[in-house]
Design a protein. Structure first.
Lengths: 250, 156
């Protein structure tokens, strides 16, 4: 088995799956019906992308596991998503902070993966980048609207960013899997867009009349399966049905 | 039995597929929307492409195409899915766009076009309510002339 490719594709899939599951927790609870629709649609896009990546990961592995098996029958240490996406929704501002930091990064990553030598990664990236552009614009608009809104919305937006800020360094971390994928022309080098990412964040925060949070101790480890306590709780909800009734048919 | 030329089979297949409605916007067919990429009569396959990666209609569409093919006697034909080149709203036919408008959904704008025409009254004095609508492919708009809300098929 191509271990590095399997891990790389699994990480791409897990980011989408876990954030999609998180966003779907908002369904029926969002501040307005339009926002409710937006969050559910973003969840749908992300889970759709994850479906393609996880099915592909199953094929690479060659052990008969499909995307569903990888989503529902792995335990927490086997997930390779970044720690940012598993963070709790908190209030709406905290959710938008997470979305803004992630979608801005994901869009830049996918733009580069369109040129991947791996045909499936390239085609899913080309398809997904159009959806993620919407996610990025929507979350950016909300960061500005809440930041430059009332004293209360400003305070909440600042607190949301403060919660999420320490998970940014992991997005740009490289390890042996990333290095190998880069060398083989399959993966992208996140360092190549770090400066663009920082510039974008600061420009939006400035427009939102927000200060960038002070640098915090970075939280790393999600790619290696070292997650925050929140992921286990998320999986309990997401995996409940297939764990309780294995092989249940709809 | 006389062998039927492949060309005639392809024509028949296209007409069978042209009668398969989109499950969420039933006035347009899967052919109008550009979901059917290729009909390969010799190879015994029909190639389709998803519109949005997470669109839940994708599975229903495949099932509907399967049953239409079976009913028309094409049980032996396989359905294959391709992601590349990715689907865009440019794949929607002119006929498809006309049907969308008549149904009350503003068709996707051509590249560079900012204005959105209200499908009810034709006014261009319109405003976006929500970038995400009732399905992944639509945004919610409102007309300031006739005050009616309407769906816009997102340019994608």
């Amino acid at each position: 088995m191509d271990q590095a490719l399997f891990q790389y594709v699994l990480r791409l899939g897990d980011d989408g799956l876990i954030l999609g599951q998180r966003l779907s927790e908002w369904t029926g609870h969002a501040p307005s019906v339009e926002v409710d629709l937006s969050l559910a649609n973003m969840a749908l896009d992300l889970i759709g992308q994850a479906t393609h990546f996880l099915h592909y990961a199953g094929q690479i592995e060659g052990q008969g596991r499909d995307g569903d098996a990888l989503a529902f029958r792995r335990d927490v240490m086997d997930f390779g998503n970044c720690v940012l996406v598993e963070q709790p929704n908190g209030d709406f501002a905290q959710t938008m902070a997470r979305q803004f930091l992630f979608s801005t990064w994901q869009k830049m990553l996918l733009e580069r993966l369109i040129g991947s030598k791996d045909e499936l990664i390239a085609s899913v990236a080309a398809k997904s980048v159009k959806e993620v552009t919407y996610h990025q614009e929507l979350s950016e608009e909300w960061v500005v609207r809440l930041g430059d809104g009332t004293a209360e919305s400003h305070r909440r937006m600042a607190a949301g960013l403060d919660w999420m800020w320490r998970f940014i360094p992991e997005l740009f971390e490289m390890d042996s899997v990333g290095e190998e994928m880069l060398a083989r022309g399959i993966g992208a080098d996140p360092a190549s867009f770090r400066a663009d990412y920082d510039r974008k964040l600061l420009a939006v925060l400035d427009q939102a009349t927000l200060e960038a949070p002070k640098d915090q101790r970075p939280i790393l480890g999600g790619r290696r399966g070292h997650h925050s306590e929140h992921l286990g709780h998320l999986l309990c909800a997401m995996q409940f049905l297939p764990r309780t009734y294995p092989d249940a048919k709809w | 039995m006389v062998a039927v030329p492949a060309l005639d089979i392809a024509d028949r297949l296209w007409s069978v597929l042209a009668d398969v409605p989109d499950p969420e916007i039933p006035v347009v067919s899967v052919v109008d929307l550009g979901i059917v990429r290729e009909v390969d009569a010799d190879g015994g396959r029909v190639v389709i492409t998803p519109t949005y990666t997470g669109c839940p209609a994708t599975l229903v569409i495949e099932r509907d195409i399967r049953s239409a093919l079976d009913k028309a006697g094409f049980e032996g034909f396989r359905i294959e899915t391709t992601l590349s080149p990715p689907w865009t709203t440019d794949w929607i036919s002119e006929e498809g766009k006309r049907k969308l408008r008549a149904y009350g959904i503003a068709p996707p704008r051509p590249a560079g076009e900012r204005q959105v025409e209200c499908p009810q009254c034709g006014s261009t004095d319109t405003v976006e309510i929500s970038r995400f609508g009732s399905t992944p492919c639509k945004a919610l708009w409102r007309c300031r002339s006739c005050a009616e809300p309407f769906d816009l098929f997102k340019c994608h």
